[in-house]
Ligand binder design. Structure first.
Ligand code: GAR
Length: 204
């Protein structure tokens, strides 16, 4: 049986769309998307999942107040119920702690719109423009308890142009994210991603 992928989102869901498109083309095999979860009700990501015929549910973090573990337990329960073993954070704007991460050890991937460790956190393309870098990019990494701090799986570089603004640079970065995240999911499904301390080895 194929491995189950769960995708966590909070918003637009263009990375989710890239994953769904790759799934439709069989490019995630031996894995397939089984569940989409959003912590924000009514976001476009949920409609993208519905259009692809993938179950999509909302777990609103606000309903759990400060009890982050209870929020994470609910995410884990739903993912397990849908037989998910690999998780992609695709624009999921919450930090995850031990209650979640211990359920999927080294099997939670996040995509971030910068060449980490540069520009973690929010508004990474804006941070890159303000700093004045000539090259930025995107990173897929294994998730740990920090903010965009986990071991790096793959990165792609993106040039910064003189006339870029947030939107133009963000779009150029997202195009690379859409390529990189499905690729990393496939590598993970194939069992080719192995963490060795801070480093990730990708087996041939
Ligand atoms: C993506 O660019 C993703 O890298 C970023 O949010 C965007 C979501 O877009 N994530 C972070 O900044 C996490 N630190 P999407 O909803 O269209 O996929």
């Amino acid at each position: 049986m194929n491995l189950g992928v769960g995708v966590l989102c909070s918003g637009e869901g263009t990375n989710l769309q890239a994953i769904l498109d790759a799934d439709r083309r069989g490019e995630l095999l031996p894995a397939q998307v089984r569940l989409v979860l959003s912590n924000v009700p009514g976001v476009p990501a949920l409609k993208r999942a519905a259009a692809a015929g993938v179950p999509a549910l909302v777990v609103d973090h606000r309903a759990y107040g400060l009890d982050r573990a209870a929020f994470e337990d609910q995410l884990v329960l739903l993912l397990r119920r849908h037989e998910v073993s690999i998780v992609a954070l695709a624009g999921f704007m919450r930090l995850l702690g031990p209650a979640f991460l211990s359920a999927f050890p080294d099997r939670v991937l996040n995509v971030h719109p910068a060449l980490l460790p540069a520009f973690p956190g929010m508004h990474a393309p804006r941070q890159a423009l303000s700093y004045g870098v000539r090259v930025t990019g995107c990173t897929v990494h294994l998730v740990d308890e920090g903010c965009d701090t986990g071991p790096i799986v793959l990165q792609a570089a993106v040039p910064v142009h003189e006339n870029d603004d947030d939107a133009t640079l963000g779009a150029r970065i997202r195009a690379e994210e859409h390529r990189l995240l499905p690729l990393c999911l496939r590598l993970c499904a194939q069992g080719r991603i192995e963490r060795q301390g801070r480093r990730v080895v990708i087996r041939p």
